[in-house]
Design a protein around this ligand. Structure first.
Ligand code: SF4
Length: 134
């Protein structure tokens, strides 16, 4: 529900109230892996790859791929897959990392990955330290 705080209905077997889960966000939200027409490989399922991926998100006028970590950070292997996807599809990637301080969640860092124009936009909107070069 927020960094470091899973939904109170989340169990190791999945959602404890799946049949009566709320409409928003649980029934309406569909990540890229679930969306019809998208073809993410099986190992990009969120519980396997460590990221929830959303295609065709709008961010400050850009059409981007967005990814948020299931845990603290997106695993390196998954990040490499996402970067390759972004390059091949010529679509910027914006991903998040959860920040820890003394073992406690402390905030979220947004990181942009994409072409120079996107990097410039991210630089202005977020900060230069959040930009990864192509
Ligand atoms: S589907 Fe909704 S209610 Fe169920 S665990 Fe996930 S966030 Fe919680």
């Amino acid at each position: 529900m927020e960094p470091g705080k899973p939904c109170s209905h989340c169990t190791t077997q999945g959602c404890a109230i799946y049949e009566s889960r709320p409409e928003i966000p649980c029934r309406k939200f569909r990540c890229a892996w679930l969306s019809e027409g998208e073809s993410l490989p099986e190992n990009m399922r969120p519980d396997q790859c460590g990221a929830i991926v959303m295609f065709d998100r709008k961010w400050n006028g850009w059409s981007i791929v967005k990814a948020v970590p299931v845990g603290v950070a997106i695993p390196e292997e998954t990040l490499e897959w996402l970067k390759a996807y972004a390059r091949e599809n010529k679509k910027p990637l914006l991903f998040q990392e959860n920040l820890l301080k003394d073992g406690q969640y402390h905030g979220i860092r947004n990181v942009g990955y994409g072409p120079p124009a996107f990097q410039e936009h991210v630089r202005k909107a977020i900060g230069p330290e959040d930009i990864m070069q192509l």
